[in-house]
Design a protein around this ligand. Structure first.
Ligand code: PLP
Length: 440
């Protein structure tokens, strides 16, 4: 393999932009994880992106292992998506009336995920989960929501709750500004723990509107459900008249053409009632969706009493990008994602092993993350036992060798089908020294 480049630790153009940004944007960023707080240093301001490559304001190139946190499954500025976006944009940016692309995108989603009979398009994953919960509450006339520690569903008040001590605790607000009353309607349980689930339902089952879970969690690193866990969620919710919401914002159309459901479903005992989607289905534009059984979706405005709306929902440019991206997700694309992720995860594991760094790779289809601890990670408590200092050193060593990892030890590494052999070789060349930095 060719030697990896070596960039200086400082990045003058990004530093200047970051200082400017901090004058007018809180913390200099529009989404907290971008700020490099977990790893230290200056976030790289990206000027352009093509295929698997990011180019920053200093003109340095990085193999991108963030891929916009999931959406860029085909790679940046993919020609077919670019053509679809350009074509849509020349015909107007937003109509505020229905348009054909919305129908086509909804059809594409419904055709891929069997239990989803209808979808409503929204602008972000947060909106999708927020409204799925409203719908579940409206459908059941109950208010309590069950979520799992370590699962992230966007910045919805009721879902920004952290577990206190004990097994089935009331949620406590995880953010200033979330009323205790909102968090008090949320029960936070340990992930993959059927006994805790059963205990919570035994205590309060007739108040619980829904359980929301990441289909296969990716926001504490990749922690797939243990065999039978999803079925247990279905069995227990059904027994108590609660709905089950499967959040596929991250896994949807990435783990397989039908998302995590395509790998693990159909389930004994039935499918989740509602699903949420985002990321890949927007192709890099703000588009997301929630959907499920027709009788439930009929409860939404304008046919039903549960209100939901959006000025830009189903935006013609965003739906064109999403449609072109989903149509571009062929069998060859999924096969390439497998090859790329296995090469990169395998290379990382080999390099870390050679340097004596305890680690563990976990998978959900081709989605993976590297934990800096060498025991199985089945819950958020396990994930938190990582050596984040080792990750920090590893991250910066990779960055200085032209590989941009997610700037946190708790994130999946995202690849695209555009990661060609040259990009993969570039990552492999950077790994041994980064692993040694993590060991130091
Ligand atoms: N649900 C899951 C599983 C996610 O990973 C995310 C975002 O990372 C969200 C919901 C929120 O989506 P958005 O950031 O588009 O609001």
């Amino acid at each position: 393999t060719a030697p990896a480049p070596s960039y200086p630790m400082d990045a003058p153009a990004s530093q200047a932009l970051f200082e400017r940004a901090q004058q007018v944007i809180p913390g200099g960023v529009n989404s907290p994880v971008r700020a490099f707080r977990a790893v230290g240093g200056t976030p790289r301001f990206v000027a352009s992106a093509q295929g698997p490559w990011l180019t920053d304001a200093d003109g340095r190139r990085y193999v991108d292992l963030i891929c916009s946190w999931g959406p860029m499954i085909l790679g940046h500025a993919h020609p077919d998506v670019l053509a679809a976006v350009t074509d849509a944009a020349t015909r107007g940016f937003s109509f505020g009336t229905p348009s054909e692309n919305e129908v086509a995108l909804a059809e594409e989603i419904v055709s891929r995920v069997d239990p989803v009979e209808e979808v409503r398009l929204v602008n972000s994953g947060t909106e999708a989960t927020m409204t799925a919960i409203r719908l579940a509450r409206g459908a059941t006339n109950r208010s309590v929501v069950v979520k799992f520690a370590g699962c992230y569903h966007g910045h919805v008040d009721a879902l920004l709750a952290a577990a206190g001590s004990g097994i089935a605790t009331f949620g406590l607000p995880d953010s200033a500004g979330v009323p205790a009353s909102a968090a008090a309607e949320t029960i936070v349980l340990p992930y993959n723990d059927v006994a805790a689930l059963e205990a919570a339902f035994a205590a309060r089952g007739d108040e619980i509107a829904c359980v929301i879970t990441e289909a296969s969690p990716g926001n504490m690193g990749v922690v797939p459900p243990l065999p039978g866990f999803t079925e247990a969620l279905r069995r227990v919710t059904r027994a108590h008249g609660a709905l089950l919401i499967s959040d596929e914002v991250m896994t949807g159309f990435r783990c397989s053409r039908s998302g995590w459901y395509g790998l693990e479903g159909p389930y004994d005992g039935g499918a989740p009632d509602l699903f949420t989607f985002g990321k890949v289905m927007g192709g890099g534009f703000p588009a997301a969706a929630f959907g499920g059984r027709r009788d439930l979706m009929a409860l939404l405005s304008p046919t039903g009493p549960v209100y939901q709306a959006g000025t830009l929902s189903g935006n013609p440019v965003a739906t064109a990008a999403g449609l072109a991206t989903l149509r571009g997700c062929t069998d060859e694309v999924y096969a390439r994602l497998d090859v790329v992720s296995q090469a990169i995860a395998g290379g990382a594991s080999d390099a870390l092993a050679a340097a004596g760094v305890p680690h563990r790779v976990q998978w959900a289809g081709s989605m993976f993350s590297v934990f800096f601890r060498d025991a199985p990670v089945t819950s958020y408590d396990d994930a938190k036992a990582q050596d984040t200092e080792a990750f920090r050193a590893f991250f910066h060593a990779m960055l200085s060798r032209g590989v941009h990892l997610p700037p946190s030890a708790y994130e999946a590494w995202f690849v695209s089908a555009s990661h060609d052999d040259a990009a993969v070789e570039h990552v492999l060349a950077a790994l041994p020294e980064a692993a040694r930095a993590a060991a130091a």
